[in-house]
Write a protein that binds this ligand. Structure first.
Ligand SMILES: Nc1ncnc2c1ncn2[C@@H]1O[C@H](COP(=O)(O)OP(=O)(O)OP(=O)(O)O)[C@@H](O)[C@H]1O
Length: 272
């Protein structure tokens, strides 16, 4: 478990300098109003995320993982509490954040390249100037040969790679991913984990990724936030001190398995 400081996150071993805080969630509560009454999704949620950090979030269904990601993205306000991104209180969607959802949400009538360039159009930036960056991302994600095709001609995993390129094309400083590989089969998911690691190693964006897979959470993260309760809150923060770059075989190491057991326990799952 680790403690986060308000203005910076100290290095675990004290050797590296503290990194700037990119996301600061402070005392966030969220209540949804519905026809049948109110639902309190989050209660007194607080955590910080440092520059360049890869944080994953796990927790039981309905504990408010998607809710907090949407609040960080500026897609909805908290009921009480504050969220700061790069030092500004979040009040609306931010151009310096990229978002990836569970389904790729590509526009089927646009080519792969034009889907990737969508944020550029929305932000009113010159298209031609960003085509090389879009092609470079498609190449990095291993789908550049599909640039002229429609999304329907691509597999689910390839479409999700395109969605990741779209989230990165305007060079956001923060990447928010809500269960991006949840719809994929186990093998494609493993491949995408490795691919995402590769892309992240190249770009080093501060990343928050929600997942139901504890394996995925550990494999990708510098730190796992474990959420629980109803309403949801952070019940533990687990640092992942595994060396990078990580090969899939790291999952069979005792250190990885120890982390897996710890997180299962924090989620109330005991091994026999
Ligand atoms: N738009 C909404 N209106 C009303 N209640 C909502 C709304 N969105 C979410 N909730 C409720 O808020 C709580 C948290 O939902 P949220 O989707 O954030 O959880 P989650 O941890 O992401 O769940 P899952 O893992 O199943 O995706 C749940 O009880 C859910 O029913």
């Amino acid at each position: 478990m680790t403690m986060t400081a308000n203005l910076s996150i100290a290095a675990v071993n004290g050797a590296a300098p503290p990194r700037a805080r990119v996301v600061g969630v402070s005392g966030v509560c969220k209540t949804y109003r519905t026809k049948r009454g109110t639902v309190t999704a989050l209660s007194d949620l607080s955590f910080d995320i440092a520059d360049g950090e890869f944080v994953t979030v796990v927790g039981p269904s309905g504990c408010g993982k998607s809710t907090i990601l949407k609040i960080i993205a500026g897609l909805m306000p908290p009921t009480t509490g504050t969220v700061e991104v790069f030092g500004d209180t979040v009040t609306e969607p931010r151009a310096d954040a990229g978002m990836v959802f569970q389904s790729p949400r590509l526009l089927k009538w646009r080519t792969v390249l034009d889907n990737v360039l969508l944020p550029i159009e929305i932000l009113g930036l010159p298209r031609a100037k960003h085509v090389p960056a879009a092609m470079e991302l498609l190449e990095l994600a291993g789908v550049h040969e599909f640039a002229g095709m429609r999304p329907g001609e691509l597999s689910g995993g390839m479409q999700q790679r395109v969605a990741i390129c779209r989230a990165l094309v305007h060079d956001p400083r923060l990447l928010l991913m809500d269960e991006p590989f949840g719809a994929l089969d186990a093998l494609s998911r493993d491949v995408m984990n490795v691919e995402l690691m590769r892309i992240w190693n190249e770009r080093r964006k501060t990343t928050v990724l929600i997942t139901h897979s504890i394996q995925e959470a550990i494999f990708l993260a510098d730190r796992v936030l474990v959420m629980g309760g109803r309403p949801g809150t952070v019940v533990a923060e687990v640092p992942v001190d595994l060396p990078r770059p990580r090969h899939p075989s790291i999952r069979s190491t005792p250190a990885f398995q120890r982390l897996s057991i710890d997180i299962h326990r924090l989620l109330g799952v005991e091994y026999a």
